[in-house]
Design a protein around this ligand. Structure first.
Ligand code: ARG
Length: 463
């Protein structure tokens, strides 16, 4: 006789139940209940396959199907009592199924193990997150396209080292993020395509002697094919790691953008106004308008990346096939996914709502001798000077302007000629910021016509 406190699922071999601390460290139900819908979908596919292959009777499969639908509706309605004694979502669902339909419920676990079950559930969950990230990225890219289109020819300073470098267009800067997010989108899609294989039917690790149809369950769950090696199928978590790494790169992009919004919305820059909807006030300083959402997005990369490091560390050095260590794969993925989705949604709102200030952008664009390169290029083009010499002459002109406390276009022609006698009045044409950006028509460059071409390419790509 086994002790009545021993586990209902495997109590056959055990005389006593677990210590309370054992239960606390072992149970994952507190978080893996988030896999309930995926778990039930996997079980339904498995039961249908067991019937189609004659492993269980149609009657039992029908009872299982009905029972699982009841369990799902109980969970969705919030009337399901999750029990830590039943460890995880798989055994909670199965125990309730047996309570509802009796013996037939005990046949569901034929030719299956929790190892292939959890691998399947988790893949389905991560796949849903990749699909949500896909949609959120498209929405964010569209928000940027709107900003780029509206401000395709606003001029602003372009920076290197956060020092004014050359004038660029607002549209060009917006489109830089479109390219970054577009690669994130590509990574999301690549990861999805690679991970879309079904572990179900790998059983504990070695496959099964029952005549299962793995193609059938794979298809029913929207996978492209079954995983080809049963040991790999139950051991692999690189689909989750890839998601975390894709998410980290994306969160890093959002963090850079967030930093720019923090800078741009400051009183010293005033390049953009963030909307009330995405700003907060201060409890003591009545004038304040803080870019909290941007700051939080800037920080959230830490959690997403931390999850990636955490899971990599869990997986590192694990022998094949399943080890319980792998139960520690979920919480960090859940947290990283929630964090990424929230950050993407908040960023989309902020980008859609923000209002650039063309006058402030243009005023800043002309500071810092931003058209010095245009001047050097003019010396090369018109006076046929070697670029290195032109760089030197321009440097002297910048030093002169600095000494006089003015910008390059404010120097007189005599000032210019005092540095180099062949400089002519037409040089002033290239010193204006609008001419400067308009001249940069090389492919991918900052000229409004190039920016409009970039926007058109992206609109077509997103069709
Ligand atoms: N809750 C477990 C996990 O998340 C399910 C798999 C348990 N398998 C086992 N052989 N104990 O990893």
């Amino acid at each position: 006789m086994t002790d009545e406190t021993s586990n209902k699922m495997w109590g056959g071999r055990f005389a006593a139940g677990p210590d309370a601390i054992m239960e606390a460290i072992n149970a994952s139900i507190g978080y893996d209940k988030r896999l309930a819908a995926q778990d039930i979908a996997g079980s339904r596919a498995h039961a249908a396959m067991l019937a189609a292959t004659g492993i269980v009777s149609d009657r039992d499969a029908e009872a299982i199907r009905e029972g699982l639908l009841t369990v799902l509706s109980e969970i969705e309605a919030g009337d399901f009592e999750f029990s830590p004694a039943l460890e995880d979502i798989h055994m909670n669902v199965e125990a309730r199924l047996k309570a509802l339909i009796g013996d037939a419920g005990g046949r569901l676990h034929t030719a299956r193990s929790r190892n292939d079950q959890v691998a399947t559930d988790f893949r389905l969950w991560v796949r849903d997150q990749l699909d949500s990230a896909d949609a959120a990225l498209v929405a964010l890219i569209e928000a940027f396209l709107g900003q780029a289109e509206a401000g395709a020819d606003y001029v602003m300073p372009g920076f290197t080292h956060l020092q004014v470098a050359q004038p660029v267009t607002w549209g060009h800067h917006m489109m830089a993020y479109v390219e970054m997010l577009g690669r994130d989108l590509g990574r999301v899609r690549d990861a999805r395509a690679r991970m879309n294989e079904c572990p179900l039917g790998a059983a504990a690790l070695a496959g099964t002697s029952f005549p299962i149809d793995r193609e059938m369950t794979a298809r029913a769950l929207g996978f492209d094919r079954p995983c080809a090696n049963s040991l790999d199928a139950v051991s692999d978590r690189d689909f989750a790691l890839e998601f975390l790494n894709v998410a980290s790169i994306c969160a890093m992009h959002l963090s850079r953008l967030a930093e720019e919004l923090v800078i741009w919305s400051s009183a010293q820059f005033r390049f953009v106004a963030l909307s009330d909807r995405f700003s907060t006030g201060s409890s003591i300083m009545p004038q304040k308008r803080n870019p909290d959402a941007a700051e939080l997005i800037r920080a959230k990369l830490g959690r997403v990346m931390g999850a990636g490091v955490g899971l990599m560390t869990v997986m590192k050095g694990l022998p094949l096939a399943y080890s319980k260590d792998m139960q520690e794969d979920k919480e960090q993925v859940f947290d990283a996914a929630d964090t990424l989705m929230l950050a993407l949604a908040a960023m989309e709102g902020m980008v859609r709502d923000m209002t650039p200030d063309p006058a402030a952008l243009a005023a800043a664009a002309g500071t810092g001798f931003s058209t010095a390169t245009d001047l050097a290029d003019w010396l090369v083009r018109v006076l046929d000077m070697p670029f290195r010499d032109a760089h030197h002459v321009t440097g002297s002109l910048v030093a002169l302007a600095e000494k006089k406390g003015c910008d390059l276009p404010d120097l007189g022609l005599e000032d210019m000629q005092s540095v180099h006698p062949e400089i002519r009045a037409e040089v002033f044409d290239v010193l204006g910021v609008h001419n400067s950006v308009a001249s940069r028509t090389s492919y991918g460059g900052t000229a409004p016509e190039q920016v409009r071409a970039q926007i058109a390419r992206w609109k077509e790509k997103l069709q």
